[in-house]
Ligand binder design. Structure first.
Ligand SMILES: CC(=O)SCCNC(=O)CCNC(=O)[C@H](O)C(C)(C)COP(=O)(O)OP(=O)(O)OC[C@H]1O[C@@H](n2cnc3c(N)ncnc32)[C@H](O)[C@@H]1OP(=O)(O)O
Length: 406
């Protein structure tokens, strides 16, 4: 077996075949054509055995919104080990090497990923940072507040023809939502690609655009699926994303999505945990929200990461951190910050809190607090009252939300 090598662009098909094997799918040339342009071979690590690809991990270079800022983040992806080579430590070796490169060569303070299974990544220091809600609603009779005069107009079209408009609006909205990743042109092409195998029996994807007094202020990407039970329509609206920068746009988009003729069901698998829709419909129980993990964060450089985000209230705390994979993070760090910015540096002062690096990942986007993690035992209070004093600082005015599964 070889050590992990950095593959060439031409090796993409071989890697795609390994991923198909590990994820129980057939090779899909249409999907590969869409994924190839976002693949960054220089960030990929491939292990071969007797010339055959048996383990792989990669990363995309993208910026991530964090509380009050946007930071470069390694978006870890395309992780697979062949069934013949599993549980021999291949993933562990790839994760170690990848974290080292993210820190030393890329200087990205954090790494993020979507996990195929929640139990895989905590051992590598990743913490569940932005949960999501899966909404599976029976929309029969579900009502929203009555339209107001301020509501603008809706247009329906093919998404690709509006790429630049969508990109501008998304970037505006992204500033206020920890967990959203920047999409450059390649990413917009990927996000808007409407690969047949992803339709699961539904229509092609449509974009619903909302224009307010100052132009485009909201859009929704969705599909519909026809279904009849006997002579009774039971179609479904499948929503992929909703971006709105005004409450009128948000309400107007959802009014249409919840009442498309001949549909009775709605699915929206990446709703935020503070999704306003839950507070708008007249019967939130009908949305049947299911809470699951979404984005996982690994703090790769503790002082750089803690200084890069902002804090909801002033905070001055010394945290004792342990990190088995990146020992430079182990030590005592003094964090002084607030809504305007933060600084973090090594200190010999006594610590008020202690935790491992996974807990810092859980806290990083503001999705939970030291108080909650103290209840799990993953954060320990070394000086009385520290937890109560610092917990509000780690929150943010919007819950973090994952945006797309990369
Ligand atoms: C960001 C992403 O791309 S997410 C996608 C991840 N990929 C997949 O889910 C595809 C299918 N699965 C696989 O390819 C493999 O099983 C992987 C990549 C998840 C794991 O690879 P392996 O080489 O078997 O992992 P490795 O041998 O390094 O395991 C390290 C430890 O994690 C544990 N582990 C690894 N995978 C899992 C799992 N799916 N569930 C539970 N434990 C696991 C191992 O038991 C081992 O524990 P130990 O140290 O106590 O013995």
């Amino acid at each position: 077996m070889t050590d992990a090598v950095v593959p060439r662009t031409d090796d993409f098909d071989e890697i795609a075949a390994l991923l198909a094997l590990a994820f129980h799918s057939d090779l899909n040339p249409e999907l590969q054509a869409v994924e190839r342009p976002i693949f960054e071979p220089e960030r990929s690590l491939l292990v071969r055995d007797a010339g055959t690809a048996v383990a792989h991990a990669a990363a995309f270079s993208r910026d991530l919104t964090v509380p009050g800022a946007s930071v470069p983040a390694a978006h870890v992806t395309m992780v697979a080990v062949a069934p013949t080579h599993r549980r021999r430590g291949l993933l562990s070796g790839l994760m170690r090497r990848q974290l080292r490169e993210i820190r030393d060569a890329r200087h990205e303070p954090v790494a993020v990923l979507w996990a195929s299974e929640g139990r895989i990544y905590p051992r590598f220091g990743y913490g569940s940072a932005a949960q999501r809600l899966i909404l599976s609603a029976d929309t029969t009779g579900l009502r929203l507040p009555a339209p107001t005069a301020a509501e603008g107009t809706l247009r329906l079209d093919r998404p690709a023809t509006h790429r630049d408009e969508l990109a501008r609006l998304y970037e505006r909205a992204r500033a206020d939502r920890p967990g959203w990743s920047r999409r450059d042109e390649r990413w917009w092409a990927y996000v808007l690609a409407d690969v047949t195998s992803r339709r699961n029996g539904a229509t092609e994807r449509r974009v619903l655009l909302h224009d307010g007094p100052e132009g485009l202020d909201g859009y929704a990407l969705y599909r519909t699926k026809e279904e009849w039970v006997g002579e009774v329509p039971r179609g479904e609206v499948r929503v992929d994303e909703v971006v709105a920068v005004t409450p009128e746009a948000y309400l107007s988009l959802w009014r249409l999505l919840l009442s498309v003729d001949l549909t009775r069901r709605l699915s929206f698998p990446i709703a935020a945990v503070d999704e306003p829709l839950l507070r708008l419909v007249d019967e939130p129980r009908q949305l049947a929200p299911q809470l699951v993990d979404g984005l996982w964060v690994r703090v790769v450089d503790v002082p750089a990461a803690l200084a890069a985000r902002r804090y909801a209230t002033d905070v001055d705390v010394v945290i004792e951190v342990t990190d088995e994979l990146l020992p430079e993070n182990t030590g005592r760090w003094r964090l002084v910050g607030g809504p305007g910015g933060a600084e973090c540096a090594a200190t010999t002062a006594p610590a008020g809190l202690s935790c491992d690096v996974r807990a810092l990942g859980e806290l990083y986007l503001g999705g939970t607090t030291p108080a909650v993690l103290a209840a799990t035992g993953r954060v320990r209070e070394l000086v009385p009252h520290t937890i109560a004093t610092v917990s509000p600082a780690f929150t943010w005015h919007r819950a973090p939300a994952p945006m797309e599964n990369f």
